[in-house]
Write a protein that binds this ligand. Structure first.
Ligand SMILES: Nc1ncnc2c1ncn2[C@@H]1O[C@H](COP(=O)(O)OP(=O)(O)OP(=O)(O)O)[C@@H](O)[C@H]1O
Length: 570
């Protein structure tokens, strides 16, 4: 057991057997003495022995049929951590908390999940990291560096103490030269020795170089995998600034982006750090891979859940802060099926990246326009103005209700009137994209109403609640989502008061109050935060005439231009 690694490898029974068989093979196969020498050297080589050993271990593990108990130990640990924080005083809890917060434990759980999810590649290179001295070749590379970075990141090889090229950023100077590979050891750059130095200091030196750069690189005899190229296009579902990211190997090599940006993924070689660029750009930067971002979000959500439950706990000890009257009026408004900002809606969805593709315009399937916005921000006013701008081209859908028809109403005009039983069975069959109950009556918009407008060749215009986006964003409907955003408080107050705008609820009209404006501004912010990544266009509804004309322009573009959509829609 205590034999040095080399002797242990040479004692590997399978390779021993192979070596013993060599003379026999030699007489049958080898043409020359040179070939025989090569084969012997090859089988005695360290790499092949490591492979054999690994193979035998894998056979053993496969035979044992090990199964992971869970595939999400990271999330489980995060949840456990949150729960345990309430019991900090107890020694056992404190000990476990301490254990779970250790980076090594987190790394272990993270690796466990990767293996459980089979998110690994058989990379045996780390076992045979030291190249044989006589097999190492030195190459001299000359580049001319302008203001742009070289486009490489460095890492320390713990075994050799050398500094290696960890990544080559797609489109950067190093990538374009085609002369540098991942895994090359940087011996010298412009006469500065790199061996044994700190990669961070060396990265700094690299960034300061100007003009001709002479690099002395040690190349591996083993083949490094080519950077896997991929044409995946994604829409970012979160904002990212590499300089705020403590995990990124080199912030200068990062690519910052905002929610909704379209990114071209040029390499997914590294399971934690992808390389991406924007359309038209040549140089790529590092972005967190989907897997890494998901894990981060899971941890963040666990923290938020904990904070939320703490807040709720705090609220429950100070009841009756809101007067009974305001509670009642709030409840009445929430019961109507808009304005429900229910955080349960998106549970289970982790916003990272959405694979997208360009959808060309289609005169047969005109994409429905979906206006999303805070209640009373002006969606219906804008819809009305859009529809009169081109009568017969746009159409809205008539909702269904179980309420009694009034004498002044016509079936199929204000509503389709059906019985409660009919309404309920359609609900059970998931035929509604949104529904709600008000004063004992059901109301809702049916999916087939939308499809029938689409099939008629008209542009369907909808103003559903934001939660309906989940049911609308399908390959069948392919909606174009326009966010009607509130201007800041002072502007909304000024424009609405100048326009004598009224707040209508259940047929009763009254002037807007400051608290209504405040509600609109706050709800707008929350909607944007939660659904911003799903918006194709944004209109700020300050000046009504301007906002309406923007809507008309956007509607035209939605119909006549290609747009990025989830890849499954194309
Ligand atoms: N930019 C604007 N300037 C002035 N008044 C506006 C503007 N936009 C809308 N309004 C007025 O604000 C009031 C509310 O607008 P509207 O009914 O369109 O809101 P909404 O978003 O459709 O509300 P809900 O979603 O609750 O039906 C109306 O009186 C409308 O004329």
């Amino acid at each position: 057991m205590n034999l040095p690694l080399k002797s242990r490898l040479l004692n590997d029974p399978d390779t021993q057997e192979l070596i013993q068989c060599l003379p026999q093979i030699q007489t049958q196969l080898c043409q020359s003495q040179q070939d025989a020498v090569f084969l012997r050297k090859f089988f005695r080589g360290r790499d092949i022995q490591v492979i054999m050993k690994l193979y035998r271990r894998l056979c053993l593990v496969t035979a044992q049929r090990l199964r992971p108990v869970t595939k999400s130990s990271v999330a489980l640990a995060a949840n456990t951590y949150c729960v345990l924080r309430h019991y900090k005083e107890q020694t056992e809890a404190e000990e476990l908390l301490n254990l779970l917060s250790k980076p090594h434990m987190q790394a272990l759980l993270y690796s466990h999940d990767n293996i459980a999810l089979k998110e690994y590649e058989p990379d045996i290179s780390s076992l045979a990291r030291t190249p044989d001295k006589e097999e190492e070749t030195i190459k001299l590379v000359q580049l001319v560096k302008s203001n742009e970075p070289l486009g490489i990141t460095l890492q320390l090889n713990d075994v050799t103490g050398g500094i290696e090229i960890a990544r080559i950023l797609h489109g950067g100077a190093a990538h374009r030269s085609g002369l540098i590979n991942v895994g090359d050891e940087v011996k010298e750059i412009n006469g500065i020795t790199f061996h044994g130095k700190d990669p961070k200091d060396m990265t700094q030196i690299l960034s300061e170089l100007q003009g001709a750069v002479s690099m002395k690189l040690g190349t591996r005899t083993r083949l490094t995998k080519d950077q896997r190229s991929s044409s995946t296009k994604v829409r970012a579902l979160f904002d990212y600034n590499p300089f705020d990211d403590r995990m990124i190997p080199c912030p200068h090599a990062g690519l910052s982006f905002q929610k909704g940006d379209i990114l071209y993924i040029v390499s997914q070689e590294d399971p934690l750090w992808w390389q991406a660029k924007r359309a038209g750009e040549t140089r790529a930067g590092l972005i967190p891979a989907r897997l890494l971002q998901e894990r981060r979000e899971i941890l963040k959500n666990a923290e938020n859940v904990e904070e939320e439950s703490n807040r709720r706990g705090a609220r429950s000890i100070s009841p009756c802060r809101i007067s009974p009257k305001s509670v009642r009026s709030r409840r009445v408004r929430k019961m109507m099926y808009h304005a429900v900002l229910n955080s349960d809606f998106d549970l289970g969805e982790i916003p990272t990246y959405e694979d997208v593709e360009l959808l060309p315009p289609n005169s047969i399937h005109k994409r429905p326009l979906v206006l999303i916005g805070a209640p009373k921000v002006g969606r219906n006013e804008l819809k009305r103005r859009l529809m009169v701008s081109n009568p017969g081209h746009f159409e809205d859908v008539v909702p269904f209700t179980s309420r009694q028809k009034k004498a002044t109403e016509l079936d199929g005009v204000e509503y389709h009137f059906i019985t409660r039983d009919e309404m309920e069975s359609a609900l059970v069959a998931h035929r509604f994209i949104e529904h709600g109950e008000f004063k004992g009556n059901l109301y809702g918009t049916r999916k087939d109403s939308i499809l029938s407008v689409i099939n008629s060749g008209k542009v369907c215009v909808l103003t559903p609640n934001s939660q309906a986006l989940r049911f609308l964003r399908t390959a069948e409907i392919k909606p174009y989502v326009i966010y009607i955003k509130s201007p800041p408080f002072q502007q909304i107050q000024r424009t609405r008061q100048r326009h004598n705008a009224v707040f209508v609820f259940e047929g009763n009209a009254r002037p807007f109050t400051s608290s209504d404006f405040d509600d609109i501004v706050q709800t707008s912010m929350k909607l944007e935060q939660k659904y911003g990544h799903l918006f194709d266009s944004v209109i700020i509804n300050e000046n009504l005439t301007k906002a309406a004309s923007e809507l008309i322009t956007i509607a035209k573009l939605a119909e006549t231009k290609s747009h990025w959509v989830p890849v499954s829609w194309v």
